[in-house]
Design a protein around this ligand. Structure first.
Ligand code: F0G
Length: 403
């Protein structure tokens, strides 16, 4: 019923879908998956099914639906942010809250596909390097699948909630005295040497799950695309995946336009922003990336060509925001809308504010900000950056002093 092809995005070479391969063997280009469903796809295809990722099973690159590994990922709310609309003077703003996935980030959409694929390929162990969320998610899905999981994390630069999750779900956690870019380089070599399946976002199967963020936004807006979608960018896979989702719904005639994609990075880790502003097709890696938003503390994003492609194709843009702007945006979203997100996620809100001020986004647009991970991932940042709480003796008068 469906044809699944693996294709190099640089030289168009085709590979078989049961090969374990992450980049093109000939030109080193990144790979993408093409799912061609041989049948009608219309609104009716999905209607009446539960609102979660496998609602779109026809467009997912897994052959045997009865063997999927799922924790009921996806189906996250798209919330109208009326208070922030007023704050920013913007006509229509929606928050796509990916923090409400099973392990608290959008990574779960990728892992249901990635780990289902690992079982299809009959591998016994999976691994990733991670700034935190990927490791938390992979650990949970590997646990459900009953396979071994190794995660490499940058020492002291991962939020405590994410590290706790990886340990909780039984992954072997290896802390690397170095940053994410170094950890990723090592894990790529370890995986090829020891026959372990790599589930970083360089793995194109994962992005197939993440593209459903685009599908869902279209459905939740009653089959109308927004004008602009704003996404925090780190290793740069997600912005491309979401863009792919919009393009596919457009191709199937489910929506009559596609949005422009805007990527936001932290100032101290913004190679994509620099490339976009310089109109360059390549990035210059940043040797020592630094930001409070540890999830996107990445200097050499492996998926840079994908992100640049999504931004170019969609007439999009990229902008950098400071750590101060990130924390202010996190606070604003939490206190105006009741939505708690981790710092990296707040980058999309900080970016929106900045781009409205710069006039890059018009005030009459319909904008969606994707917020990628839950506030509880990184509680330490809240104790460090926000007001302190008070402690008093157990007496009514003592409490009353603080009302
Ligand atoms: N937001 C959050 C909360 C993330 O955890 C990540 C990536 C991103 C945004 C950026 O997404 O890499 O696809 O551009 N976290 C990865 C990890 C790198 O290891 O958890 P991207």
């Amino acid at each position: 019923m469906k044809k699944i092809t693996v294709r190099c995005i640089k030289c168009n070479r085709i590979y078989k879908s049961d090969e374990i391969i992450y980049v093109c063997r000939v030109c080193g280009g990144l790979l993408e998956i093409i799912v061609e469903y041989k049948g009608d796809i219309s609104r009716k295809t999905f209607e009446g099914r539960d609102f979660y990722l496998w609602r779109y099973r026809e467009l997912m690159p897994i052959i045997d639906y009865s063997k999927i590994v799922t924790l009921r990922e996806g189906g996250t709310p798209l919330t109208r942010a009326k208070n922030l609309e007023k704050e920013f003077g913007l006509k229509e703003l929606y928050i796509k809250n990916e923090g409400l996935n099973p392990t608290g980030s959008f990574k779960d959409r990728g892992m249901t596909i990635g780990v289902s694929k690992a079982l299809e390929l009959n591998v016994k162990a999976v691994a990733c390097a991670s700034t935190g969320n990927t490791s938390a998610s992979l650990a949970a899905y590997a646990a459900k699948a009953g396979i071994k999981c190794y995660v490499l994390i940058p020492s002291k630069k991962i939020a405590i909630g994410k590290l706790a999750q990886a340990i909780l779900h039984g992954a072997k956690v290896i802390s690397i005295r170095g940053n994410f870019d170094k950890a990723l380089k090592i894990v790529r070599e370890i995986c090829s040497k020891h026959n372990i399946y790599l589930l970083n976002s360089i793995n194109p199967w994962r992005l197939e799950g993440q593209k459903t963020i685009g599908y869902e936004i279209v459905e939740q807006l009653n089959y109308e695309a927004p004008d602009t979608v704003i996404v925090p960018v780190g290793n740069s896979g997600n912005i491309y995946a979401i863009w792919k989702g919009f393009k596919e719904f457009y191709k199937y005639g489910l929506v009559d336009k596609v949005p422009r994609m805007i990527g936001i990075q932290a100032e101290g880790a913004s190679p994509i922003v620099k490339a976009v502003k310089n109109k360059s097709v390549e990035i210059t890696p940043i040797k020592k990336p630094e930001t409070i938003a540890t999830a996107i503390r990445i200097g050499n994003p492996v998926n840079a060509p994908r992100a640049l492609k999504a931004i170019r194709e969609s007439n999009g843009y990229a902008e950098a925001v400071s750590d101060k702007e990130i924390i202010e945006a996190q606070k604003l979203l939490a206190r105006k809308e009741g939505i708690g997100v981790e710092p990296a996620s707040a980058a999309s809100i900080a970016g929106l504010k900045k781009l409205l001020e710069e006039g890059i986004i018009d005030r009459d647009e319909k904008v969606v900000c994707v917020v990628t991970g839950h506030a509880l991932k990184d509680p330490e940042i809240i104790f460090r950056m926000y007001e302190k709480y008070v402690e008093v003796d157990p007496k009514i008068e003592e409490v009353e002093k603080h009302l």
